[in-house]
Design a protein around this ligand. Sequence first.
Ligand code: ACO
Length: 318
Amino acid sequence: MRSRIVGTGSYLPEKVLTNRDLESMVDTTDEWIVARTGIRERHIAADGQATSDLALLASRQALAAAGLRPGDIDLIVLATSTPDMVFPSSACLLQKKLGIRHGAAFDVQAVCSGFVYALATADQFIRSGMHKRALVVGAEVFSRILDWKDRGTCVLFGDGAGAVVLEASAEPGILSAHLHADGAYADILNTPGHVCAGKVLGDPTLKMDGGAVFKLAVRVLEECAREAVEANGLKLSDIDWFVAHQANVRIITHTAKKLGIAPEKCVVTVDRHANTSAASIPLALDVAARDGRIKPGDLVLMEGVGGGFTWGSVLVRW
Ligand code: ACO
């Protein structure tokens, strides 16, 4: 038994915040942001719009694309680092909003690698025969954990959600998944605040050593792309679409260059979405599936990297 993606969906909040808008909020320029990151604009969730609300709209689209109803789903795995509440999980809140009352639902927390971790998890649950149809979602409201006075971080992130429906199939589908983590890098990217005795203790906004993150991301994305193709007896030149975590266009192009992957094979949405953490890969995947770039039979390499540090790949025959 293997698993196959049978539908994709995404959702971006209505409000668009451009680099020009940011110029009036912090000491920055559109030129600086575009040159260093490739980002031009990002979407920001409305007050009261929670992660599970974004996830719901992306999930409905993915279900419609798969020609399925919510009741057909027996597993929800939702990747997020910005859940609606401490508990229950945003996956359970999404399940409620979809009107599903059976199967399993839980969150995965691997920051910007979250979607790759969630997809790998759902793939294993389907391969084992435990579940038949999974909704795998990446959804984030990173705008809520940013220090909007810190120009070094607030210009980099946005809100959004992406979803796929994963179904049991005799044919893959998902060819392989490789996950990695090294907690020794916890200090270079984190949001250290936590809830204790009714108060938030520690700083609840995102902290980052941008240079260290950049170097680590390029190194591990290169390593795990080689690992994925070698494990499948394939070559890097066989990859039709490289869908990497959308943090920074320079991370994507540096990695692709080291791997010999042509720029036109890289799916890039970071210019319009910024870094939406766990939502970035399914958002990019949905854009490229809907605009007709990704076609049946194509080899798609997804790669995540993020806080933890965590990283990993999922290689898919579309
Ligand atoms: N506008 C204008 N100037 C800025 C801004 C800004 N928004 N932010 C920082 N600067 C200034 C700095 O203060 C510094 O000024 P100084 O020289 O007077 O001290 C100068 O620009 C250079 O700063 P650096 O941090 O050295 O700039 P760098 O070229 O490294 O770019 C960046 C910073 C874009 C953050 C880069 O390090 C990067 O992309 N790192 C990866 C981070 C990332 O993508 N994180 C996402 C989360 S992790 C993940 O998803 C994997």
